[in-house]
Design a protein around this ligand. Sequence first.
Ligand code: AMP
Length: 638
Amino acid sequence: MSKIVGIDLGTTNSSVAVVDSGFPIVLADNAGCRITPSVMNFSGQGVVVGEAAKRGRNAAPKSTIYSVKQYMGRRYQECTKDSRSVEYTVSAGKNGGVLIETGTAALSPEQVSAEILKHLKKIAEAALEEEVTRAVITVPAYFNDAQRQATIKAGKLAGLIIERIINEPTAAALAYGLDKLGDQSKVAVYDVGGGTFDLSILELTEGTFQVLATNGNTRLGGDDIDQRLVDHFAIKIAEAGGPTREQLTPEAAARIREAAEMTKIQLSQAESYEVLLPFLTSEFNFQHTVAREDLETLARPIIEKTRVHCRRAMEDAKLSPSELDQVILVGGQTRMPLLRRLVSEWFGCAEFEETRGNLRIGENHHHPDGPALNISQHPDEAVALGAAIQGAILTGEFKDVLLLDVTPLSLGIETFGGLMNVIIPRNSTIPVKGGETFTTAVDRQREMLVHLLQGEREKAKDNWSLGKFIIEFEEAPRGVPRIGVQFEIDINGVLHVLARDIKTGKEKVQQVRSAVDVDDADVQQMVEESVEHAFDDLAARRWIEGSLKAREIAKATIQGLKVCGEELDDNYRRAIEESVSAVQQTLKPEGESAGEYVGDWKKLQDQVKALDELTHDLAEIQMQKLMDELLGQKGLAS
Ligand code: AMP
């Protein structure tokens, strides 16, 4: 079956991706570029698309068409109100639609988009060395039916069969592997590219993403930050005795704009950047160093403008940030460190480490319960990659790959009696999260050993140990402390374990590599052993759990006899003593070998039941005594 490519047809940039041997990749053109500016130049010589067209924008502003996405499927009247101003001429078409005047021809937005799609189709065909006819194309979540239909039409004009139109945030979520989150997961996709900003809230239900709310601004993006830098440079140029804006040639103005974008991009990595623009005029060279802080001062007000849209979308979705599982960042502009910091702050995200894909648990996060801030090395490729994944799902190529991402064996911790307590069961699709609250078995315990286990056996010692760590908490009677243990396996298969004293919030984090990367033969052996020992294991678990309960009841009864023994009828007391002793006989042996000993569970169960019934009266007497004491104390006090 022929491949289905994924296409991100963006306002500023576009790209095409495909799943190749199970991996989604963005395809590069013959110059090695994986991102194509969504720019077309239509001159007498024919159509030029991409980087070459973008470069020619200053020389031929009237026939260089960009940001055409804003006109797709829209009426001319609507567009006049909210579209970005452009240098080419836009007019009303016959049916009230938009017409783009290129100087030599008038084209519909679909026709212009078709030229961009044809260019992407060629890139894909050259890279794959085969004809490409099928595609999945992405659109913003807020696109209405007319806008979607216009996109499909553009695809057809480009000679493509559009297999599916999917929402950009959904595509991004697919690329981040979020389709494997549990049902009911909620994510926010914060997408800021060159010219537009979108915030979408998605909920995963029954394996598909539903858009709960979207908000954004089609005239807000990275270009605005570039503009602030251009203005800043203009001041510096004037201060240095250079030309004023009016004196600049279009070519010089274009060089300043390019330098501004370059400065911004470099400052995402570097702390400072030196701009060098020789011969801005025949006698003026511009040289200026910009610190990251300077850029942040200029960019902050632009980024702050996105905040209100985030708030509105959250209100529409009726969600608070803590109800989100993830905030995923999409679009080239989200590489800016300041933007990441601000978004993380607004959504109360767990502190993030940039090198790790999934950032739920950090060493010292500020908001441990906040959503994860999910970033990738290539936020500007996520949408195309997601579209390619959708394409591969449609051809059936991606089924197995998706199924592979499951936990091969159960993960859990050791609990009372040396038993394994499963937190994430075997075969859970990753990423996955699970947790449980534990308490203490001994009075005045101050710490708990968290022993991480992997395997299918009931007894801790029969499973594989993945490590141990100690969590400390405040001293308290047994059963009072509450220790929350949370396991999370991220998309990379790395297990993050967090143990927290719920009372004080004190916590410990442990990262375990390769919770998923386990040798197949070992997994098979573990599963076979668990089947082979299933009956024994079950008997052991029942015995251990039953004996823990029996010991507790026996201990409480002996304590009761100590306190109220004298008030009991002799026969009754003797009967209880005998019953306790019978339980203790069955429980034997105590001490060293107790861990291995598996006694008669049924016999023990019957004896415990008998003891329980027998001690009803004792319990009542004990209760009465306690009440009397309390009332007596009150009487004394008053
Ligand atoms: P997109 O439409 O997703 O390709 O995003 C394009 C926007 O991202 C443009 O404004 C770029 O200047 C900006 N951008 C790309 N790379 C970076 C970077 N490393 N740091 C900051 N902004 C960037």
